[in-house]
Ligand binder design. Structure first.
Ligand code: HDE
Length: 728
């Protein structure tokens, strides 16, 4: 067993024993009804009457103090100045990356299966640990759309009994660069162009593709971005990855190298590209809304945490894969993911700014039993995350903000600084001391301190990577070739779209040469779409690795729970209202959310009829995972300009039988491979939309219950992909 006891250092003042912690040294924790430490009572809003910041009651907050009714405002108006000054400083700098995000509270429950791997107490059997999870896009500003093509952040703060542990991961298991020093470069390239500050939250522009085509190490991550992973259907349907390799220490002192994985119970699903684009305009808050709505509806999002465990060998390699290279993954077929616990998100934040905006994650927030490795990207991050908060959160005391406070005692000797919340009373915030009874003491080894795993370090000072970091194409090919044909088709379209938005021919040519190295057919499809020749491949030194089916999102025969899916029930006032009610009940019974969709608001067929949740004016296809069409919707007489009642549409159905906005909605649902069921007499709506009732996933149902049954079956595989079989 390795001895991890730190060397003893003789100190001038030897403490005589663990002195009691004094009140000023305790963490400033306050627990709210939800069990999370939130606001200290000093700043909570209380009392019936409006007051100033210092508690003086205010009679009038609508008129400034003026010299006469028509006179100038007086500098003396302390209430006006306090109110406006505070408002002027309400904003803090947004995160330099991952500015756009949404978060939720939850609970992590460990299975105890990691007990031999790590001493981390929160991974012991049945231990429940509160968590706060923030999901984000990377490139966009705080107000940008959720459904852009991008990597998603997946950051989890575990408030463990041994201090906070942050698993600050992404929804993609590899990263663009191998060394943290390149991070400013890749982000400058991905962010809007500095001259006109466009495009917002997009990778489809010259500087991004300039960077990733010049740094071939970015090819693997970029391929993931171009796959369906770049446009998740929901935060609830994303996998999460710790990306880097971490080092665990078990109770017997043995160490192992691990990669962390989050697997969503709902399955990994994505939008299709047209749908993602429509969503950006129709509901830029789509993912944020989906997350909070699901939690509010009790459809709590769930993930299983798992680890791939690799031996801690001297070369830190596994099956030829360098575990310190963050552009490489370890296929699950070579090293299975072992489940170690479950996370359920069960509460929305109370206040966006206080929690979601002020939460500060840091890969260096570690607990005993979990340590970092020398991955040069992770090493760069260990510096960045504290540093960035100094600007963003205005000083070094951000760990005292309610959302960042640990749920354990803190006795850190850190003092003063901007935003200091604690009223420290001791005399000797230094060590050793003989004044505050020596408090605080260094933690003895048997009291579970954090101890760095004593790994051997030697070498010359160099600015260089290991040679095992050099292959940038084999795993990119592995990922592409592991995808299902549908996903491969999406990848080709995504590259064609993105490069089609680049103006510089040399950039397109360089990227096509990389695609030629990855997969000749892919390069050919993209080049054809761009109207260009396929250049010679960048390299032919690419290893064919055995495909990893686990990397595909669309897996034949695999179905997922339908709980939390959204189903539209389309009906008009003269529809069979009993069928509408039965459909709503059947959808709810499955744990899904029904939305009755009609031409107008209020109730269907009079005040006592079913409640209408969405109207053709307020909705779009993007809101639904599937639809049940109970009847067509007659065109609204006031939908001026939306249709010409006299003309027939190409399907030969007069527009006065089905509202053209319903036709648009149904044709999008159809094109996006979503399930459709329809009741007798509703065919006219499908015909007007040009939707064939013979097509896969378009099901005629005798009654509402049967219709919902068909939808449940189809929704298990998320989409009806066979509707448009990709060309061979
Ligand atoms: Fe980050 N990253 N990052 N990153 N990152 C930040 O920290 C950085 C990297 C990730 O919801 C920043 O507090 C560097 C990899 C997430 O609050 C900043 C490098 C992965 C979030 C920062 C990386 C991530 C961040 C901006 C290369 C996946 C959002 C604000 C060495 C494993 C956390 C902040 C949240 C945020 C730096 C690379 C994930 C600037 C220097 C790899 C999920 O510190």
């Amino acid at each position: 067993m390795a001895d991890h006891t730190p060397p003893t250092v003789d100190e001038p003042t030897t403490p005589t024993g663990p002195p009691a912690q004094t009140s000023d040294q305790a963490a400033p924790a306050q627990v709210t009804a939800t069990g999370c430490p939130f606001s200290a009572p000093g700043r909570a809003q209380a009392g019936e009457y409006l007051t100033t910041a210092t508690g003086t009651r205010v009679r009038d907050t609508d008129h400034s103090l003026k010299a006469g009714r028509r006179g100038p405002t007086l500098l003396q108006d302390h209430h006006l100045r306090e109110k406006i000054t505070h408002f002027d400083h309400e904003r803090i700098p947004e995160r330099v990356v991952h500015a756009r995000g949404a978060a939720a509270h939850g609970v992590f429950t460990a299975y105890g299966t990691a007990g031999k791997l790590t001493t981390a107490g929160f991974l012991a059997k049945d231990v429940e640990t509160p968590v706060f999870v923030r999901f984000s896009t990377v490139l966009g500003s705080r107000g940008s759309a959720d459904t852009v093509r991008d990597t998603r952040g997946f950051a989890v703060k575990f408030y463990t009994d041994e201090g906070n542990f942050d698993l600050v991961g992404n929804n993609i298991p590899v990263f663009f660069i191998q060394d943290g020093i390149k991070f400013p470069d890749v982000i400058h390239a991905g962010k809007p162009h500095p001259d006109r500050e466009i495009p917002q939250a997009q990778s489809a522009h010259d500087t991004f593709w300039d960077f990733v085509s010049l740094h071939t190490e970015a090819q693997h991550h970029t391929m993931w971005n171009m796959s369906d992973r770049g446009i998740p259907a929901s935060y609830r349907t994303m996998e999460g990855f710790g990306v880097h390799t971490f080092r665990l220490t078990g109770p017997d002192g043995s160490t192992s190298l691990v990669k962390f994985h989050w697997k969503p119970a709902a399955g990994a699903h994505s939008q299709v590209w047209e749908e993602a684009q429509l969503t950006q305009g129709n509901d830029p808050d789509f993912h944020r809304r989906d997350l909070s709505d699901a939690i509010e509806a009790g459809a709590f999002p769930e993930w299983e945490l798992g680890v791939q465990v690799m031996p801690d060998t001297e070369d830190e390699m596994f099956e030829g894969i360098d575990l310190l290279d963050p552009t490489k993954l370890v296929p699950e077929e070579l090293c299975p993911v072992q489940p170690i616990g479950k996370m359920v998100l069960n509460a929305n934040p109370t206040n966006y700014f206080a929690e979601t905006e002020q939460v500060a994650f840091h890969p260096g927030h570690l607990v005993p039993g979990i340590d970092v490795t020398n991955d040069p990207l992770l090493q760069g991050r260990l510096f960045s995350y504290i540093d960035t908060q100094l600007t963003r959160l205005g000083g070094p005391n951000f760990d005292q903000l309610p959302i960042n406070r640990p749920h354990t005692e803190v006795n850190d000797n850190l003092r003063d600084g901007y935003g200091q919340q604690a009223v420290h009373t001791g005399m000797a915030p230094y060590r050793p001391n003989s004044i505050d009874a020596g408090n605080p003491l260094p933690t003895p080894t048997d009291e579970r301190p954090f101890i760095e795993v004593p790994t051997k370090v030697e070498g010359e000072k160099v600015r260089a990577n290991p040679v095992t970091f050099e292959d940038h194409f084999s795993q990119t090919r592995l990922f592409y070739r592991s995808l299902s044909p549908v996903e491969q088709e999406h990848v080709a379209s995504a590259y064609t779209f993105e490069l089609g938005k680049c103006f510089e021919t040399p950039i397109r040519e360089r990227q096509l040469a990389h695609l030629a190295a990855i997969d000749a057919d892919l390069a050919k499809t993209v080049a054809t779409g761009l109207g260009m020749e396929v250049p010679a491949p960048t390299t032919t030194d690419v290893t064919d690795m055995a495909p990893s089916p686990a990397l595909a999102q669309i897996k034949p025969g695999v179905t997922y729970p339908v709980k939390g899916r959204k189903v539209g029930v389309v009906a008009d006032d003269d529809a069979d209202l009993k069928a509408v009610e039965a459909a709503v009940a059947a959808i709810e019974k499955e744990g899904m959310t029904p939305f009755v969709l009609a031409g107008h608001g209020g109730h269907l067929g009079g005040a006592k009829g079913p409640v209408i949740d969405r109207t053709l004016l307020t909705t779009r296809s993007i809101e639904y995972d599937a639809v049940l069409v109970v009847s067509a919707i007659a065109p609204a007489p006031d939908a001026r300009g939306a249709f010409d009642a006299k003309a027939g549409d190409p399907a030969g159905v007069p527009n006065n039988q089905s509202d053209p906005r319903l036709s648009t909605l149904l044709s999008e649902i159809y094109r996006h491979c979503k399930a459709i069921a329809f009741l007798p007499n509703a065919e006219v709506a499908l015909a007007a939309a040009g939707v064939s009732t013979e097509a896969p996933g378009v099901v005629a149902a005798k009654d509402a219950e049967k219709g919902v049954d068909s939808l449940v079956e189809l929704l298990g595989t998320h989409r009806v992909w066979e509707r448009f079989t990709p060309k061979a």
